[in-house]
Ligand binder design. Structure first.
Ligand SMILES: *[C@@H]1O[C@H](CO)[C@@H](O)[C@H](O)[C@H]1NC(C)=O
Ligand SMILES: *[C@@H]1O[C@H](CO)[C@@H](O)[C@H](O)[C@H]1NC(C)=O
Ligand SMILES: *[C@@H]1O[C@H](CO)[C@@H](O)[C@H](O)[C@H]1NC(C)=O
Length: 380
């Protein structure tokens, strides 16, 4: 089985000439050129400890996941006093008093007993030059996320699911953290039932990042709005970040999907936002967003409040022609079904795209037909 897989990977690599071992295809957008573990001989961890060791050592590695790695219980549990900022109903999230968050930010909230799994709170450290790839639809990390931090560079995460990080609790864990890194590609990953952020970049520079074909699934039994819609989606506030967000399925969220600030250049292209209760974009000072060829279906508030940074929503063909100079293509209009408005055409920041690797863009109709069935783990 393993031999067969590696032969197939070699054949695929020979056919395209670009794939790293174990990895399917190659990154487009800002992280183009990322090689991860390159041609290292694949390793197949069998225990959670072995997975942690492969991800955290200083060797270039291609790490293939063929099963679920369940971290639940591996670091014990904590019972403590937290708070209930959004009510005490059985479908409301509670908050862990992490760094005195309850005391500082929710002083009027009633206190509440919290009991959480310690493994979920902090993700697995991922060092430089790693490819982490799931085989078929078998690669799952349950109860712990991934942390690409502290100068880690050249990392590919492809075709895995990250699930069940203390979903009842805010501060219960982030699925994917990127902070102080470069050249990171997150592709065909599914995230589900997460306590805090599905994806978080900040606050140091994460430089070149491509986030493609992922399924951010916001369905949860516990939410800040007590109604199954997860609020903490995608948070992009690094100090010098260029993020390509392409082909992602961003589903059943209530907010911050994404929140953009710090000093972040975001190219959001051909994504599909579906079934929101609340907002998709929040753009603070330092957030520079170009959105094209996306689909918004049943997203009542596409943009929360006013734009603190700059925003180009590719409103119409004549306005979109300006993109050619900076991105090398005419921008594509977005598609809207039962969704709020999203219309602004700031052009001052488009020069930031010049000379960078830019993802291609298709018409929103093509994202509409392909993204829901192609995004996430098991859809390579
Ligand atoms: C990653 O791989 C590159 C190319 O082989 C090498 O130059 C670099 O030192 C590696 N980085 C780390 C942190 O090991
Ligand atoms: C971010 O930068 C600060 C200040 O340089 C540093 O203390 C911190 O460790 C960095 N965080 C990461 C995750 O690298
Ligand atoms: C955009 O370009 C300006 C001017 O070169 C630069 O200072 C800023 O850091 C860039 N921002 C991003 C997010 O690339």
């Amino acid at each position: 089985m393993r031999l067969r897989t590696s032969i197939l990977s070699l054949l695929a690599a020979a056919a395209t000439g670009t794939s790293a071992a174990g990895v399917t295809g190659s990154a487009e957008g800002f992280a183009k050129g990322v090689t991860g573990g390159g041609s290292a001989t694949p390793v197949y961890p069998s225990t959670t400890a072995e997975l942690v060791s492969y991800l955290g050592d200083s060797s270039a590695r291609v790490i293939i996941l063929t099963k679920t790695f369940d971290f639940t219980g591996t670091e014990g549990t904590t019972t403590a006093t937290g708070c209930a900022p959004w009510g005490t109903g059985s479908s409301c999230q509670l908050a862990i008093n992490q760094n005195n968050w309850c005391t500082n930010y929710a002083p009027d909230a009633p206190s509440a007993s919290v009991s959480y799994d310690n493994a979920g709170v902090l993700g697995i450290t991922v060092k430089s030059n790693k490819s982490l790839v799931g085989e078929g639809s078998s690669g799952v990390i349950k109860g712990k996320g991934l942390r690409i931090v502290s100068g880690a560079t050249n990392i590919i995460i492809q075709n895995i699911a990250i699930t069940d990080l203390n979903p009842k609790y805010v501060w219960g864990g982030d699925a994917i953290t990127i902070d102080n890194s470069d050249l990171v590609w997150i592709d065909h990953v599914t995230t589900a039932r997460i306590g805090r952020q599905h994806l978080v970049l900040g606050s140091n520079a994460s430089n070149r990042v491509s986030v493609t074909n992922n399924y951010f699934n916001g369905v949860t039994s516990y939410s800040a709005s007590c109604n199954t819609y997860h609020y903490w989606g995608i948070y992009l506030t690094g100090s010098n970040d260029m993020v390509t967000l392409k082909g992602n399925y961003i589903y059943h969220m209530a907010g911050r999907s994404p929140k953009v600030g710090g000093n972040t250049l975001l190219h959001a292209v051909n994504n599909y936002w579906y079934d929101f209760n609340g907002h998709a974009f929040e753009i603070d000072s330092g957030g520079y967003v170009l959105a094209e060829g996306n689909v918004f279906q049943n997203v009542p508030t596409v943009l929360e409040g006013s734009v603190g940074g700059q925003l180009f929503t590719s409103p119409d063909a004549s306005t979109n022609a300006v993109c050619s100079t900076y991105l090398g293509h005419t921008c594509q209009v977005n598609g809207f079904g039962s969704s709020g408005t999203f219309s602004q055409a700031d052009t001052g920041f488009l020069v930031n795209f010049s000379g960078k690797n830019i993802a291609s863009a298709s018409a929103y109709t093509s994202a509409q037909s392909s993204v829901p069935s192609n995004a996430g783990q098991g859809k390579l």
